[in-house]
Design a protein around this ligand. Sequence first.
Ligand code: C5P
Length: 219
Amino acid sequence: MLAVGIVAAAGSGLRLGADAPKALVPLAGRPLVRWAVDTLRAGGAAEVVVAVPPAERAAFAAAVPGVRLVDGGASRTASVRAALTVVGPEVDAVLVHDAARPLTPPEVVARVLAALDQGAPAVVPVLPVVDTTVLVDDGGAVVDVVPRAPLRRVQTPQGFDRRTLVEAYAALADDADLTDDAAVVRAAGAPVATVAGDERAAKVTVPHDLAMAELQVRR
Ligand code: C5P
């Protein structure tokens, strides 16, 4: 099965407070985007395409040499859509990954690919919700408790049969902005399977997350 990776790396990363795009922020001396690309390759992606902020192409070319770059868009959905346009029809599977999840173990990528290989059109890595989870009103008061047993936290890389993903994006409104790609294929009616995620695939959003990732690398 020929699998290609897409890394969504065109976000600004304002919540991280860095003066560069989040994907270029170093973790143990390597930019986050480099970690994400290396994970996809180690897990089985034959090639990787990275969606980048258009003004930062040169910096990204230095951060991930030899990787195909495309100009990202105003939303994550637009960035993945742009990267998908350069994935050829010879490709069987597409793995869409966030640059913001640098320490995802390659085994997660391999689990996603194995599920695709067994015929799933779409696969996401997930983890259980361990905290009590509640609904609040506008004032912050708890109005209900959500049963947590059927809840899952969704990670990346998310894997797709290429044709399923391309057709789902084609059917999606140009200005749609969904938080992941599984939502795009579900909107088109395709079923989404799950495999086990990994706590190490945690998302780097705020400075604390980066500090935790640094500790993880040093262990
Ligand atoms: O902002 P957030 O952390 O949810 O973004 C998830 C991923 O989507 C990040 O890796 C970010 O670089 C990417 N992204 C993108 N294009 C955008 C916004 C976010 O590729 N316009």
